[in-house]
Design a protein around this ligand. Structure first.
Ligand SMILES: *[C@@H]1O[C@H](CO)[C@@H](O)[C@H](O)[C@H]1NC(C)=O
Ligand SMILES: *[C@@H]1O[C@H](CO)[C@@H](O)[C@H](O)[C@H]1NC(C)=O
Ligand SMILES: *[C@@H]1O[C@H](CO)[C@@H](O)[C@H](O)[C@H]1NC(C)=O
Ligand SMILES: *[C@@H]1O[C@H](CO)[C@@H](O)[C@H](O)[C@H]1NC(C)=O
Ligand SMILES: *[C@@H]1O[C@H](CO)[C@@H](O)[C@H](O)[C@H]1NC(C)=O
Ligand SMILES: *[C@@H]1O[C@H](CO)[C@@H](O)[C@H](O)[C@H]1NC(C)=O
Length: 297
């Protein structure tokens, strides 16, 4: 049985897709499919994946090609020709049985309406996706980039308002084509549920006598005003014996430490939406800061 399936897959010599084809058609396995050549020519010839020898169960009449009992070897790139002139091409695939939810993960760095999604899929697949925006309008198809079964794409909802409450979720519709099959699924989510801020920036450490002075700035991508788009900061510092201590501060952009910290780093979140915590900033070495200061003297 496995050998048979393997043979069937090998029989379809379609070149791997490198981009989403402009025109494709989805047929049911074992069903009938009618392909139409978009032309004013009365009589055309067909090629499947460049091959002029079509299978016996194909019936070409005028501008149409009827395929009875669609199977995997019958999928692929159908082009229609007037002699040596290419007229049109349609990529034919079979619909996949509905599979379990695909694992799509989306992330926004703030409330500006732009976000990034990634997902896994068949190795040979190409994907595109489009957004139904917050005002209900439909966005353009966005081709996904990816290889080795890992795909991603970036989206923008120009109608998104960072100051308004999100009343209904965005809908992202994904379509994939592998060599032989079509898959399609949708996810719904609110931007505020996928926000993960960028790390705070410009963390600096200064030693003044026994005290350490620290300052930082919000992530550049975080919206203003600060009074409205608040941030909770989590400062982490490491003591000489290796113990790590956390200090939480809302809104502040500087602080001082009495303890002998070796190195510090910082992260942030939106405390009102309770978003995910940002990635950590890079560790800042306190000794380096001290030496820097000595050299400065
Ligand atoms: C299908 O075949 C035609 C004719 O060879 C070619 O121009 C076109 O790029 C092919 N499409 C795909 C998606 O491979
Ligand atoms: C058929 O071809 C015409 C001219 O190239 C184009 O405007 C039209 O959108 C095509 N229709 C389909 C269904 O592809
Ligand atoms: C979904 O993907 C994320 C990140 O790629 C991963 O951490 C998580 O375990 C996956 N979940 C499932 C159910 O596969
Ligand atoms: C998106 O996919 C491309 C191609 O696989 C990869 O190089 C890139 O790092 C990915 N980007 C993200 C943010 O995952
Ligand atoms: C994609 O999936 C939706 C349901 O999720 C379905 O209504 C639609 O017909 C599918 N598109 C195609 C081309 O099969
Ligand atoms: C590390 O040092 C701190 C402060 O000096 C102390 O409170 C803590 O108990 C020490 N931890 C360990 C594991 O020795």
């Amino acid at each position: 049985m496995l050998v048979l399936v393997g043979l069937m897959l090998c029989l379809a010599p379609a070149d791997a897709l490198t981009a989403f084809p402009p025109k494709f058609q989805v047929g049911k396995l074992n069903g009938n499919v009618v392909l139409k050549c978009n032309t004013s020519e009365q009589q055309v010839t067909w090629r499947q994946n460049g091959d002029t020898e079509l299978m016996a169960e194909f019936d070409a009449q005028g501008q149409t090609l009827t395929i009875s009992g669609l199977d995997l070897p019958a999928t692929g790139n159908y082009s229609c020709w007037a002699g040596t002139v290419l007229l049109d091409a349609t990529y034919l695939v079979v619909s996949r049985p509905r599979e379990k939810r695909m694992n799509v993960s989306c992330q926004a760095e703030s409330y500006r309406g732009s976000f990034h999604c990634s997902w896994t899929g068949p190795h040979s697949a190409v994907f595109r996706a489009r957004l139904t925006r917050s005002d209900g309008s439909l966005g353009e198809w966005v081709p996904a980039t990816g290889h080795h079964g890992q795909f991603n794409a970036s989206f923008v909802d120009p109608s998104f308002c960072p100051f308004a409450e999100e009343l209904r979720p965005l809908e992202l519709h994904l379509e994939g084509l592998s060599d032989t099959s079509y898959l399609n699924f949708s996810i719904h989510f609110f931007i505020h549920d996928i926000v993960r801020p960028d790390p705070p920036q410009e963390l600096t450490v200064q030693r003044r006598g026994e005290k350490l002075y620290l300052a930082w700035a919000p992530p550049a991508s975080w919206p203003l005003p600060k009074s409205y788009f608040a941030l909770l900061y989590r400062l982490q510092y490491e003591l000489p014996n290796g113990t790590q201590v956390d200090k939480y501060m809302e809104g502040a952009e500087e602080t001082q430490l009495q303890e002998r910290a070796q190195r510090v780093r910082i992260s942030c979140q939106d405390p009102y939406i309770n978003t995910a915590w940002s990635p950590w900033s890079a560790w800042q070495d306190v000794d380096a800061a001290q030496q820097h200061q000595l050299r400065g003297r």
